[in-house]
Write a protein that binds this ligand. Structure first.
Ligand code: PML
Length: 272
């Protein structure tokens, strides 16, 4: 029996040599042409302007994608960026990341430089990626059609059914499948997008409203790493194909107290 081929399709678009849009996914052969059309349309109709340069990569995957579940999703019900930042500190420090590392991540993501990839930081805040200017780009992830339809339905109920939320959740779900990654902080680099998130296996994907001020064109991702071989982690993030085929619960707004209570609840369940 022949194996079904999968393709990683990646798009990045620029206007006047400045990056404006990107997208990627894993698709079966029959969906390649439609996807190319969809991604091209997206590059031409971006908020930041019409792309004048579009790079498309269509790569036949030699490896069968690993199938995983999405992280559960919720939104922290904080009123302003100060409260969102404080809550993020509490949640991330409760899983063993030091305040120094969290502080360092916040500083680096708001300093005014956007790296192409993510920062890797140990739990003391020491940077681990080999190229400190470029960071590590997570690629070769996607979602099956069936899981995508379920995710759309869940997100639509929350008024969140859009590419930005979906793609961030897919990326974080791939990242946090790797045991060396303890947590993540993400702040969007889109000046019009003020929501970010923190993610971890312990708590899932927690959206942070108002984590940055409107108009700031920078942001990025920091992954907090513990133990293990960094080279292997980078290989996984960059090259291992991963497909989401199961969707965990997507919930609306939760308080910090409710979120923190969940971790101890999950822990006591997993001990049984
Ligand atoms: C969300 O609203 O859940 C997405 C937040 C992060 C978006 C990061 C990005 O700009 O890609």
């Amino acid at each position: 029996m022949s194996k079904r081929l999968h393709y990683s399709i990646r798009m990045r678009a620029a206007k006047d040599s400045v990056h404006i849009s990107g997208a990627e996914g894993i698709y079966e052969k029959n969906d390649v042409l439609d996807t190319v059309q969809k991604y091209t349309g997206r590059a031409y109709a971006h908020d930041k302007g019409r792309a004048d340069e579009i790079h498309l990569t269509i790569e036949e995957l030699k490896e069968t994608p690993r199938r995983i579940s999405s992280l559960p999703l919720c939104t922290l019900n904080t009123r302003n960026s100060e409260a969102a930042g404080k809550a993020a500190f509490k949640i991330l420090s409760s899983i063993g990341i030091t305040e120094r590392a969290i502080d360092e991540a916040f500083k680096s993501l708001t300093i005014g430089i956007t790296m192409r990839g993510a920062m890797l930081m140990d739990i003391e805040g020491v940077r681990l990626e080999p190229d400190l200017l470029r960071g590590v780009r997570v690629t070769r992830m996607g979602i099956t059609k069936k899981a995508d339809a379920i995710l759309s339905k869940h997100l639509a109920k929350l008024g969140l059914n859009n590419d930005t939320v979906k793609e961030a959740l897919i990326l974080a779900s791939k990242v946090h499948k790797y045991p060396m990654v303890l947590g993540e902080l993400c702040i969007s680099d889109d000046p019009n997008y003020t929501t970010g998130y923190i993610a971890s296996r312990a708590f899932g994907y927690i959206r942070l409203l108002h984590i940055k001020k409107r108009g700031l064109p920078y942001g990025g991702r920091a992954f907090f790493i513990t133990g293990g071989e960094v080279k292997e982690l980078i290989k996984y993030l960059q090259t291992t194909p991963v497909l989401i085929d199961n969707i965990k619960p997507c919930e609306g707004a939760l308080s910090l107290k409710e979120i923190l209570a969940r971790k101890s609840h999950r822990k006591s369940h997993s001990r049984k």
